[in-house]
Each structure stands twice: as C-alpha cells, then as structure tokens.
Design a protein around this ligand. Structure first.
Ligand code: KE4
Length: 429
C-alpha cells in the first residue's frame, strides 16, 4: 500500500500541530511508522488520504457503533441543520435525550450533557467531592478517565501508550489527593478502605477497563467497590464513557448488576459528534448548579447537532437483539483469530464484552490485570499491527487500546480480517 499522501500531510501537520496530531494516541508512537490520515468512512470501512480502504476496528475510539455515515444519523443531522447549529438555550431534543438516557440506564435519575468524556468525569468527581465534603479520590492503575489533572496518575490509553502514565504540569497537591489501586485487586481495595475509607470522596472506575486494552472485572471486584462505598459513605462513579451503550443498552452496570451512584458517559451518545454526560442519584445531582453549590457549565453542552445524532444512534442501538448481533460478530472474529494464532504457534489471547474486545500477545490464558497487560510481547503486537494495516485492517495504533466492532461489520469484513490475521501470525517469529 502507498502512504505518500499521509506522509506528506504528517510532515505539514507537525509544523502547525504538536506532534502532528490533535490527540497523542493517533501519532503511531508506540507502533512506529507514520500515522495514517483518514479522509472518509463508509459502513465498516475507512479510507485514507492515499485512497486505501481498511476494515475499521477503531470506530473513532468507540462512538461509531453503527459504522461510518450511518444513514439514520446523517438524516437526523441534515434535519437539524435546517433549524440551526446552536442557541445557548435549552432545546426540546435535550429533554428527549435526557429522558432516553435515564430510561436506558436506570441508575441515572438525572443527567447533564457536556462536550467530552473528560468533562463528564471531571464534573462527576467535583460533584462527588462537593456532595461528601471530602477530597481524597481513588482510581485504578491503567484506567483512563480523560486528561483531568487529578486523574493523570498511572493513567491508561494515550498516556500509557507514550509510557507517561503520569503527566508533567499536574501539581503534586492534586496527585496527593488521588490514590491509585490495582484493578481487580479485591483484597487491596478492602485493605485501603479499612484504613482510609472515611476520607474517600469517591472511587472512579472503568467497570470494564478499556484503556489498558480490554480487561473485564473479575467476579466480586465491582461488588467490593459498591460495598466499600456503602460502608464508608463514598460515591461510586462508573466511568462508562467507553462501555456505555457499547456493551449493552444499560451499559456495563447492567451486564454486571452493580449500581453506581454516578455514571460518566460519552462517545456513543453523541453519534460521533462531541459529547459527554454525567448523571446518577438525584440527591447527589441536586448539588449541581444552578440548584446546588457545585459549579459546572459548558457553552456547547447539549449541542443540537450532537443531540440529534445521539438520538438517532440511541434509537438504532435500542432495536431488539442489536447487542446480541454485535457480540456475535466480535465473537466470530475473535475465535477465528485465536484459531489462526494457535495454528501459527503464536501466544495470543483475547478478552471480549459485547462489541468491545482486546487482543494480547501473552502466554497467559486470561488477561485480568495491568501486570498481565504489561507482560505482553510489544514487538509481536507491532508486527501484527503493521501487517494487518498493510492487508486492509485498521486497528488502534497501541497495545493499550480496546477494539470495537460495529453493526456494519459483516461476514465479508470478518473474512478479510481473518485472512490478514493469518498472514500476520505467520510473520511473527
Ligand atoms: P474524551 O475527553 O477523550 O472524550 O474522553 C475521555 C475518556 C474518559 N473515559 C474513558 C473510559 C475513555 O476511554 C476516554 C477516552 N478514550 C480514549 C480512547 N481510549 C480516547 C482516545 C484519545 O485519547 O484520542
């Protein structure tokens, strides 16, 4: 495949944009080579600036659950364009999407829209601190909750990809108030709360970790977080920016049957446009301005375009057996991958929840922890990534990102993917 145009554009981009990208994970830093410039998408495919076509498993890092240029989303957007782009005032559609989100995710008695996942988690944490009048927060190593100052501590996603899980520029005073525990370490959580529970404002957790690749919770982990928060009066925040409306209509909380006090959402609910949301128990949400003393605001919060796209997407994903089909597509692809890796003698394991998945070049049968993820063979991943790319399959350029299928992925796309994987596994020594 030719990548001359992407290369040219990357050269130019680096003059005007830090690292040539508007988000670090796009820079291909951990896989090597020049980043692709994408010029369009259709269904399960993206097209790069050299007109190469790829089956897309990035899906804009989660939002494109219906695939690219979904006709119902485009129709909703063109309808809204006839009315205008935004007004700095509340619209009827914002009430409609709030009602739908609260209906689909029953733990949300109220919800507020914002413009990114980072804003959603940042606001939820400020609210939990305001509600409890406590300052200490708990997160888990390898989890990523956006680039919130106090959460860029042993963070996942792009921070982990670049090998900088902590960030310069974050005052020590902030990070001193963030305690990092080990994901899936039930005894570690209990021991910490036994000693410090009264001081903890909140736990924020990805109920399925999707930023150290894909690591589901072990049985009892989420339940332990719930019981510790109950015992010590801390707020349990599920960061479902990635898992919300991705793994099930009710999100990960409906899959595992654990109810958080607050939930952060994003990605899917905006249909591909900039959006985030946070919500939960009304007695907590009552503390948010203008009713309460915890301030939070946003010029483009509830943007009519993002809400129109989001409503169309929520309609599509609430169709009967939408998630069963999505899950079956991912399962077919992953089992085919595993067969081919075994045939080639390559140590390879996968995790999957609904339409999100993780692939690991590990000798472990199951990957259930940050340590397991970090034990992966990064050289094997790099070989795999580039051979998949050269054979028409676009994966996240990082061993620490989850992958996503869409409802537009069909048998043809899965077969193309498995043919590429066979070549990749046979090239890994
Ligand atoms: P944004 O501010 O990037 O919209 O959302 C932050 C965020 C919060 N919580 C979770 C669980 C997330 O996964 C994210 C963002 N996800 C990454 C991909 N793993 C965004 C990709 C990027 O940084 O370019």
């Amino acid at each position: 495949m030719k990548h001359d145009r992407s290369r040219e554009l990357f050269e130019q981009a680096q003059t005007y944009i830090p690292g040539g990208v508007n988000s670090p994970v796009r820079a291909f830093k951990s896989v090597g080579g020049n980043p692709l410039f994408i010029k369009g998408g259709e269904g399960a495919y993206v097209i790069d600036s050299d007109d190469n076509s790829y089956v897309d498993y990035v899906g804009a890092y989660g939002p494109l659950i219906l695939g690219h240029r979904n006709q119902s989303v485009l129709a909703a957007l063109s309808e809204q364009l006839k009315a205008g782009l935004g007004y700095g005032a509340t619209t009827e559609a914002e009430v409609e999407i709030a009602k739908k989100i609260c209906k689909f995710v029953p733990s949300l008695e109220q919800v507020r829209l914002v413009t990114s996942g980072t804003e959603a988690t940042m606001s939820a944490i400020r609210l939990a601190r305001g509600y409890t009048r406590r300052d200490l927060i708990v997160k888990f190593e390898g989890c990523y909750h956006g680039h919130v100052d106090g959460l860029l501590v042993k963070a996942g996603s792009g921070a982990l990809t670049l090998g900088e899980p902590d960030s310069l520029g974050v005052p020590k005073a902030y990070t001193d108030l963030t305690h990092v525990l080990t994901y899936n370490d039930i005894e570690g959580v209990k021991a910490f709360f036994k000693e410090h529970g009264e001081r903890v404002a909140c736990i924020i957790v990805e109920p399925i970790a999707g930023n150290m690749n894909c690591v589901p919770p072990v049985p009892g982990f989420l339940e332990t977080l719930r019981s510790c928060c109950n015992e010590f009066g801390s707020v349990l925040i599920f960061d479902e920016v990635m898992t919300g409306f991705r793994v099930a209509l009710g999100g990960a909380q409906s899959v595992y049957g654990v109810t958080p006090d607050l939930t952060a959402l994003g990605k899917v609910i905006g249909g591909g446009l900039p959006v985030g949301a946070f919500g939960g128990r009304k007695d907590i949400m009552d503390h948010i301005a203008p009713n309460g003393a915890v301030y939070q605001a946003g010029t483009l919060s509830g943007s009519p375009l993002a809400v129109a796209a989001g409503l169309a997407m929520l309609d599509a994903v609430s169709a009967p057996d939408f998630y069963d089909k999505l899950s079956a597509t991912a399962e077919t692809m992953l089992s085919g991958m595993k067969e081919r890796a075994d045939a080639a003698g390559v140590p390879f394991t996968t995790n999957q929840v609904g339409g999100m998945f993780g692939c690991f070049f590990n000798k472990h049968d199951k990957v259930t922890s940050y340590a397991d993820v970090m034990a992966g063979d990064s050289a094997a991943f790099q070989t795999y990534f580039h051979i998949m790319l050269e054979n028409g399959v676009y994966l996240a350029p990082s061993a620490f990102e989850a992958g996503f299928v869409s409802s537009a992925h069909g048998t043809e796309e899965i077969q193309l993917t498995l043919d590429a994987a066979e070549k990749a596994f046979n090239s890994i020594t």
